[in-house]
Design a protein around this ligand. Structure first.
Ligand SMILES: NC(=O)c1ccc[n+]([C@@H]2O[C@H](COP(=O)([O-])OP(=O)(O)OC[C@H]3O[C@@H](n4cnc5c(N)ncnc54)[C@H](O)[C@@H]3O)[C@@H](O)[C@H]2O)c1
Ligand SMILES: [Zn+2]
Length: 371
């Protein structure tokens, strides 16, 4: 088992990564929490698969477990769902030292984290991420939120877990398209933060897709280490953490413009990264060769076409609503070489329009550099 520390002073916590490590969970829970009651939150896909194992570990560690199973999907990240979970926590008699445990993908993690952060002004929080996206991204770093009908993740805070428990074996039941959507975030770390990770992904992509344990473990650990380093420097995203938004400016715009019904998050981010590479070329930040290398790896993840009827104007309107906009400027994270990126606010409207138009008209053409 690997252990990666997220160093945040008294809020530091470990990320445990291993294969079939359920039997060790109870010992770790005992070490890091005070036995009492626990609220286990999961969704309707994940709970039947791993709920019993998690509850058994909690019981072995001395907890009386109350389980709450929410419907699958983004709609569970709502104030209404949060309210019903508070009711469960109150009725179960959870007190200030009793943990909320998230077992699931990013939806469950963000929702359960929001409950943990706010119930009784904050109770201990445990992340057991089960999707690739949650294992490499959402479970680490402490962003927790629910959605408002006027926008995603608008109601939330920063709240770090006490521990993150990543059992690689759970990925065997994750649908392949969800795995690939998570892989888009993996590729993001390599492209914008780490040339060695990028090279590993280039060399071992097929093994990663086959869920080769050595590759999976190395890659997930690299992503968690990179995120831990970034979060250590900039926990509340006032500076360098924004690099993790590579692909997200246009990715979010595509998700919003299609009402979150067409793209998985990672699929939209992949499209956003492809577009960002073309923006970087147009702004003369990278040469054709570097762009071609980035695109070759993105192509292996798979670029989803835009839905018929989506217009450049709709994408722009959605982009301008994004809460990550700095004052009145749209921020783009663009690659400047393999494994390195920077934040830009000076891209011109026509430049962005041209790239978005190309994607809407002929997405595949963007996967190659043509002179
Ligand atoms: N907090 C952050 O820093 C952060 C970062 C990125 C994304 N997010 C949030 O994460 C959410 C997306 O997360 P996601 O992609 O994990 O989506 P998700 O939680 O909806 O999970 C995807 C699907 O896979 C299923 N699933 C998960 N693990 C499984 C397993 N092991 N076996 C079988 N099925 C499994 C889920 O039930 C669901 O149907 C979004 O709400 C996004 O806003 C948060
Ligand atoms: Zn993301």
């Amino acid at each position: 088992m690997r252990i990666i520390e997220v160093p945040l002073g008294e809020r530091s916590y470990p990320i445990y990564i291993g294969h079939e490590i359920w039997s060790e969970l109870s010992t770790v829970l005992q070490q890091r929490l005070t036995p009492g009651k626990a609220l286990l939150i999961s969704d309707e896909h994940v709970f039947p698969l791993y709920g019993a194992k998690t509850a058994a570990a909690l019981k072995k560690a001395g907890f009386t477990v109350t389980s709450a199973v929410v419907p699958v999907g983004e709609s569970s990240k709502s104030v209404a769902q949060a309210e019903s979970l508070y009711t469960k926590a109150i009725k179960a008699g959870l007190n200030r030292t009793d943990p909320v445990v998230a077992l699931g993908g990013g939806v469950v993690g963000d929702l359960a984290g929001f409950i943990a952060a706010t119930y009784l002004r904050g109770v201990p929080f445990v992340q057991i991420p089960t999707s690739l996206l949650a294992q490499v991204d959402s479970s680490v770093g402490g962003k927790v939120a629910v959605n408002h009908q006027l926008g995603k993740n608008l109601i939330g805070t920063f709240y770090q877990p006490r521990l993150v428990w990543i059992d690689l074996s759970v990925l065997n039941t994750l649908p392949q398209h969800e795995f690939l959507a998570g892989a888009a975030e993996v590729v993001k770390y390599g492209a914008i933060l780490s040339k060695p990770l990028f090279q590993t992904l280039e060399n071992r992509w097929d093994d990663l897709l086959k869920k080769d344990l050595e590759v999976l473990s190395e890659v997930i650990a690299s992503c968690c280490t990179l995120k831990a380093q970034i979060v250590k420097q900039d926990e509340k995203e006032k500076g360098i953490r924004a690099l993790l938004n590579f692909g997200h400016t246009l990715g979010h715009a595509l998700e919003t413009a299609t009402d979150y019904t067409y793209y998985l998050h990672g699929e939209a981010v992949l499209a956003g990264m492809v577009l960002a590479v073309h923006l970087a070329v147009a702004a003369e930040l990278i040469d054709f060769k570097t762009a071609g290398r980035l695109l070759a790896l993105f192509k292996r993840v798979g670029l989803k076409k835009a839905p018929p009827g989506l217009t450049v104007e709709q994408v722009f309107t959605a982009m301008q609503q994004d809460k990550k906009r700095l004052v009145d400027k749209t921020v783009f994270i663009l690659p400047v070489e393999i494994g390195s990126g920077q934040s830009f606010t000076s891209l011109t409207h026509p430049l962005i329009t041209e790239v978005v138009r190309k994607y809407l008209q002929q997405a595949e053409a963007l996967l190659h550099m043509t002179t």
